[in-house]
Write a protein that binds this ligand. Structure first.
Ligand SMILES: Nc1ncnc2c1ncn2[C@@H]1O[C@H](COP(=O)(O)OP(=O)(O)OP(=O)(O)O)[C@@H](O)[C@H]1O
Length: 289
């Protein structure tokens, strides 16, 4: 086990931001901490990273307290939402500085190549684009291939090519054995890559488990657009707009077959048919209902 969190509580004055939270992250896992705004994700991560002291509860990282920086810090790489690099250093100088701080072995050229900033090595940080800055932030997670990597909304502001490149680099780190803790508001990224997800809401887990554990308790959904003037559908449906309907089903294959048969028999041309398992976005939408 790499991270173990037991009955974690954090209060900011009267406000109870993290409520009795328990979870663990195993070696080699990609664990995604997801949630609504203000759910307590950043607060939880700050405690695990050793930046904040909990009100109560225990947290261990590699079996040590996160406050034991000498034992823990050299083994972790943290990509924050805002790294705050000095604007008047060059990219090369910034990466060298990252390296000196981590105390891990690596070379500036290797890291620049992975984060795709070789061509910008001599550019001042203040002159980088938003996406380039984000890739420079990523260098902190790459330098020396740390055993434990925190990625806090890593792809925000990245174009699709940079996003793919970042995930390819993360995949290589995982092949080399790194454990990853991810936060993101891009649910598809989590759905595709996470081994397990902790879905936070108001300081505690709304749900926790694998993607299929999170989604299988909710019904599947069929969405169709019908020709204007179609009187009724043969299954209970909710109107999405004038001619578009959503049908929830616990037996997708049977109900889809029934719906298509009905359309055929009545010569009704259904359009934009979508049918599938519940996605993570639907689990999110169900929060609080
Ligand atoms: N220093 C602080 N003092 C008081 N309240 C705080 C402090 N930091 C965070 N909070 C509150 O604690 C709650 C949890 O904040 P946190 O940043 O951990 O949420 P989050 O899940 O990371 O949210 P988001 O997805 O919006 O980034 C929020 O309601 C926030 O307003």
């Amino acid at each position: 086990m790499v991270i173990d969190v037991q009955n974690l509580n954090l209060r900011y004055g009267d406000f109870h931001a993290v409520k009795d939270l328990s979870f663990h992250v195993d070696h080699g896992e990609l664990y995604a901490l997801l949630g609504t705004n203000g759910a307590g994700k950043t607060s939880t991560l700050e405690i695990i990273e050793g930046h904040r002291t909990p009100t109560s509860g225990t947290v261990t990282v590699f079996g040590h307290s996160p406050r034991d920086r000498a034992a823990v810090r050299p083994r972790m790489g943290i990509m924050l939402q805002e790294s705050g690099f000095t604007p008047d250093l060059t990219v090369r100088e910034s990466v060298r500085l990252i390296g000196a701080l981590t105390r891990r072995e690596d070379t500036v050229d290797r890291v620049l190549a992975i984060v795709d900033l070789t061509a910008k090595a001599g550019t001042l940080v203040s002159q980088l684009s938003g996406g380039e800055k984000r890739r420079l932030d990523f260098a902190t997670a790459v330098w020396g291939a740390p055993e434990l990597i925190f990625l806090d909304e890593p792809t925000t502001g990245l174009d699709i090519q940079s996003r793919d490149a970042l995930w390819a680099a993360v995949d290589r780190l995982r092949e080399d054995g790194s454990t990853i803790v991810l936060t993101t508001h891009y649910l598809e990224e989590a759905q595709q890559r996470a081994n397990r997800i902790g879905l936070m809401h108001e300081g505690t887990f709304h749900r926790e488990g694998t993607v299929s554990e999170l989604t299988r308790t909710l019904p599947s959904v069929i969405r169709v657009t019908v020709p204007a003037g179609t009187a009724t559908l043969p299954l209970p449906a909710t109107a999405l707009d004038a001619d578009r309907w959503s049908i929830e089903t616990t037996d997708l294959q049977k109900d889809l077959h029934y719906l298509l048969g009905w359309a055929h028999d009545n010569a009704i041309a259904l359009r934009d048919i979508e049918a599938g398992q519940t996605r993570l976005d639907d689990v999110f939408r169900a929060i609080g209902h």
